[in-house]
Design a protein around this ligand. Structure first.
Ligand code: ZN
Length: 88
């Protein structure tokens, strides 16, 4: 399993909608595996979604591909990495 990452979507830092944390694990899924409601959405937005699962509480954040909405990920500072912590 990969380390949690910080995620930016369309220029906006993603924060968990439940716990407010910024560490996520990324999953991509094919919508064909989901019930009909998702298939209809798939017809509008394409057949794949990106899912970010909060590394702390597991809350899922779903994104359909939208032109111009770039996704960026970067490694979170590790808890033991105090040398790089910003104390300001
Ligand atoms: Zn959370």
């Amino acid at each position: 399993m990969s380390d949690p990452q910080r995620v930016t979507v369309a220029g906006q830092r993603l924060r968990c909608g439940h716990c407010g944390r910024e560490g996520f694990r990324q999953e991509a899924t094919a919508l064909e595996r989901f019930p009909i409601g998702f298939l209809q959405l798939g017809g509008l937005f394409g057949h794949h979604a990106t899912i970010y699962a909060c590394a702390r509480c597991g809350f899922l954040h779903w994104f359909f591909p939208v032109p111009g909405a770039e996704h960026e990920t970067q490694d979170l500072p590790r808890p033991g990495d105090a040398a790089h912590a910003d104390k300001g």
